[in-house]
Design a protein around this ligand. Structure first.
Ligand SMILES: NC(=O)c1ccc[n+]([C@@H]2O[C@H](COP(=O)([O-])OP(=O)(O)OC[C@H]3O[C@@H](n4cnc5c(N)ncnc54)[C@H](O)[C@@H]3O)[C@@H](O)[C@H]2O)c1
Length: 308
């Protein structure tokens, strides 16, 4: 413990358990005050339980307070920011980590599940960034940053390799996570002048979600065995590093973390160019196919030995 975040205030969504809890623990260990925002829902987002946030906040000690409602509404986002201002005098760090899963093949999925996942995993992050960043920008003007100006603002969105590669049956989840990447980029741009950073982190760690993977083949079986060996504290280390003073120049980036490995992902840019002519349909295959991206799923791409 070095007290790097001694005077900072954070909101971590989904902090009652799993990766979010590890992040909240790490921020508190560095001296930050943290709102543990978690409605204690099932993996599918049903059956909330306020004990999840309350017990985690109690275990984290005096610097943590619980918020046990769902974060997936503009009103909840506003309430969270007001809670931070009332208890901690402001807000410096936002970690959008809460997520639910309702997997189904695109040809079977229920549109109501799509709506629930997008609202919970993508819109909720926008609501909170929207409410918190307005306050963060103003803090710069009111001197919360001290004489050097306000360069403390940190936003971290927890995404997923499923949103980058895709995975079978995860249309809603992958779309929400891909959307969260777009939100991260624009947030980084909109807040650059205010010296507030925004980054996306794709984690790999053992949680209740990896515990319930039902392997459908040998590759998935070995993926699961590997995933179960990876502690969530590694994700927390990376998020805490991004929130530390040394993270102030890192923004708009897409990182991954799997045990002690930290990845910097490339971001989509044109990889080839042709001029459209009369034979465009033929040219697409003839001139570009060697550059096409294949349909490797994220489980296949990361089914290698982790560094634990
Ligand atoms: N575990 C992994 O390997 C892995 C891989 C890729 C991405 N992720 C991402 O990491 C994050 C954390 O995942 P996890 O594995 O710890 O999951 P988890 O289910 O253990 O934890 C998620 C927490 O979010 C809470 N939550 C969900 N919706 C909420 C809402 N509307 N309001 C308040 N709280 C809510 C849940 O109650 C739960 O405690 C998620 O964004 C997930 O998509 C995890």
């Amino acid at each position: 413990m070095t007290g790097l975040l001694e005077v900072r205030a954070a909101i971590v969504t989904g902090a009652g358990r799993g990766i979010g809890r590890a992040i909240a623990e790490s921020l508190v260990a560095e001296g930050a005050s943290v709102i543990v925002a978690d409605n204690g829902a099932s993996i599918g987002g049903e059956d909330g339980d306020p004990k999840v946030a309350n017990e985690t906040a109690a275990a984290l000690g005096k610097k943590a307070i619980a918020f046990a409602d769902s974060v997936a509404s503009p009103g909840a986002a506003k309430a969270l920011v007001e809670l931070a201002i009332k208890n901690f005098g402001g807000i410096d760090i936002v970690v959008n980590n809460a997520a639910i899963l309702r997997d189904a093949f695109v040809f079977r999925a229920d549109p109501r599940d799509w709506d629930a996942v997008i609202r919970n995993n993508l819109s909720a992050a926008f609501y909170l960034i929207n409410a918190a960043s307005a306050v963060m920008r103003d803090q710069g003007k009111t001197g919360r940053g001290g004489a050097g100006g306000y360069d403390w603002g940190r936003i971290v969105n927890i995404v997923s390799s499923a949103g980058l590669y895709g995975n079978l049956g995860q249309a809603a989840y992958a779309s929400a996570k891909a959307g969260l990447f777009g939100l991260t980029r624009v947030t980084a741009m909109d807040l650059a002048r205010a010296q507030i950073t925004a980054n996306a982190v794709a984690p790999f760690a053992r949680t209740r979600v990896t515990d319930i993977i039902q392997p459908a083949n040998d590759a998935q079986k070995s993926y699961k065995e590997r995933a179960l060996r990876i502690g969530a504290h590694h994700v927390a280390n990376l998020v805490t590093a991004l929130c530390s003073p040394a993270g102030k120049a890192i923004t708009g980036q897409l990182l991954g973390v799997r045990g002690r490995e930290v990845f910097l992902f490339g971001q989509p840019r044109p990889v080839a160019r042709i001029e459209a002519g009369a034979s465009l349909a033929q040219d697409l295959s003839a001139k570009l196919s060697d550059k096409f991206t294949d349909l490797t799923t994220d489980l296949e791409a990361f089914n290698t030995e982790p560094l634990v």
